[in-house]
Design a binder for this molecule. Structure first.
Ligand SMILES: CC(C)(COP(=O)(O)OP(=O)(O)OC[C@H]1O[C@@H](n2cnc3c(N)ncnc32)[C@H](O)[C@@H]1OP(=O)(O)O)[C@@H](O)C(=O)NCCC(=O)NCCS
Length: 149
C-alpha cells in the first residue's frame, strides 16, 4: 500500500469514494476547491493503480482539523484508515502542531475506534450537527506537546 500526496488527477476517484461513503458527499467541485486551498493537505492511499482511500485536513497556525477520511468499502478493514490517520499525526508532529481535532457522527463506532487508536479523545459534543439522519457530533482531539499537561 502506498500513501502519497493527492494530485488533481486523483480528485475524480476520491469523489467516487465520497459518494460511496457519505450521505452528503463532497462533489468533485467541492474537492477541487478544497484541494486548491493552501491551508489544506490531502493524502491518498493507492493499491496498484487504484485510489482506495483519502484523508484531508486543514492547518491554521499550529492547529489541525481533519476534514474527512474515507476508505473505499471494498478495501476497508485492511489498515488503510489507520495508515491515513497515522500520516496526519506524523505531519502534526513534524510540523509542531498543538493539536489535531475533528467531528464524527456519534454512531460511527468504526471511525471513533480508529481515532481512539491514535489517542484522539472525546472533548465535547455538537448537538444536532449532522442531518440526514440528524445526529450529534462527537468532537475528538489529539493533543501534542504539553498543552494538556
Ligand atoms: C472509518 C474508516 C475510514 C476506517 O477505515 P479502514 O481502512 O476500514 O480502517 P482500518 O482497517 O485501518 O482499521 C482501523 C481501526 O478502525 C476500527 N475498525 C475498522 N473496521 C472496523 C469494524 N468493522 N468494526 C469496528 N471497528 C472497526 C478498528 O479500531 C480498527 O483497528 P483494529 O483493526 O486494530 O481493531 C472506514 O470505515 C470508512 O471509510 N468509513 C466511511 C467513511 C467514514 O465514516 N469516515 C469517517 C468520517 S469522521
Amino acid at each position: 500500500m502506498i500513501i502519497r500526496e493527492m494530485t488533481s488527477e486523483d480528485i475524480k476517484s476520491v469523489a467516487e469514494i465520497e459518494k460511496l461513503s457519505f450521505t452528503h458527499p463532497w462533489s468533485e467541485e467541492n474537492l477541487r476547491d478544497s484541494f486548491n486551498s493552501v491551508c489544506n493537505h490531502f493524502y491518498i492511499s493507492q493499491n496498484e493503480n487504484k485510489v482506495v482511500g483519502y484523508i484531508g485536513f486543514t492547518v491554521a497556525a499550529d492547529e489541525g482539523y481533519i476534514l474527512n477520511v474515507a476508505v473505499h468499502p471494498d478495501f476497508q478493514g485492511q489498515g488503510i484508515g489507520k495508515a491515513l490517520v497515522e500520516k496526519t499525526v506524523n505531519y502534526a508532529v513534524e510540523n509542531s502542531l498543538a493539536f489535531v481535532t475533528l467531528e464524527v457522527r456519534e454512531s460511527n463506532s468504526k471511525a471513533i475506534r480508529l481515532y481512539g487508536y491514535f489517542d484522539f479523545e472525546e472533548v465535547g459534543k455538537r448537538k444536532g450537527y449532522y442531518s440526514n439522519p440528524k445526529e450529534d457530533a462527537i468532537l475528538m482531539t489529539r493533543y501534542f506537546n504539553s498543552i494538556k499537561e
